[in-house]
Design a protein around this ligand. Sequence first.
Ligand code: PLP
Length: 408
Amino acid sequence: MTWDKLFAKRTSQMKRSTVREILKLTSQPDVISFAGGLPAPELFPVERIQQAAELALTERGREALQYSTSEGMPELRGWIADRLSTETLKVKPENILIVSGSQQAQDIVGKILFDEGDAVIVENPTYVGMLTAWRPYLLDFAAVPTDHDGMQIDALAALLEKRSFKAAYSIPNFQNPQGVTLSYERRVKLAELLARYDLPLYEDDPYGALRYSGETLPSVQQVEAVVRKTSALDDCTTMYAGTFSKTLTPGLRVGWIAAAFPVIDKLVQAKQAADLHTSTLNQFIVYEAVRDGSFLDDHIARLREVYRQRRDLMLRTMEECFPAEVTWTRPEGGLFLLVTMPERMDATEILKLALEQKVAFVPADSFHIGEMGRNTFRLNFSNARPEMIEAGIRRLGALLKDAVRVAI
Ligand SMILES: Cc1ncc(COP(=O)(O)O)c(C=O)c1O
């Protein structure tokens, strides 16, 4: 049987995530991996999760083990709505849908928004998981270049003047894979464009809480509400996706999307087809763990402290050992930075050499739209312990010095 002939046309756009494939190679204990976007496991709040699970099962066990509503646990939706509300934007629980990891929000947003051939604006490079979720809809991706301040809004404005787009996707905080952050001025300009064109924006924000330097910025959704002179999310076109994966633990697979009610209503229908609802027990556990906000805030403060040190150590060691021909971003938060080698070099070839030295990273070509980024790779600084970061970066530096000498 040749299954390839039987699969739907949209599957021609599906492929396994290169990041997940590389993660398989790096599972041996002696490999120093800068590849995945993994939090530091030694910082997982195991005891708190254990207590939360016990509480959920002891006090509300029969409810926690039952099917539940597709929208999500009401108390958790309320808690998230309160956390997202500001002086100027009042988020209601009806504006929140709990999802099975924010990756699911991308999948179901794709399902409800896109028809074949729709034009969608993305940053270049952008998150490969979104490309995996949205490519099967056979979209026409329009790539907007980025720099140190995130998406170049003038280039976006020029695109919007020329033709119409179905939606835009952005990771304003500590972007994956570059680690760059959209400046406040650009957030305002972006929000003005959203209002002028009534353009839906998918604002993906898994890393916003993990800031190590610089000032905290309002979300584009919050800025949009101000620009539109409204305090209601129902008047906004930004769909804001958040997650407990990086602040609590990714294994529970609990995230959310905050959007206008008609969007949430349609997403509920798509989610019912996907999985009926997010794990009831996991939602109860998350709620018990975070309901008194101070635990989560203290925990995030600890993560920020440790990750800041790891980022600084990685940057310091790169400064010391990487060849002058190689450049890299200097993120103010998040988990990643992006390295750019001279044009002629190929990150996949360098990865082969690095794996021989037991060091891994992710070549970033798959994060790019078009034939770009072969000379770039992404480094994660949250997962490896400090001594491993130093040893791994030194090995990479030596290897890059040799490779640069041969290439230029
Ligand atoms: C930009 C971005 N969006 C979404 C996700 C998915 O996160 P989760 O499904 O764990 O919430 C990730 C995961 O690394 C990510 O980097």
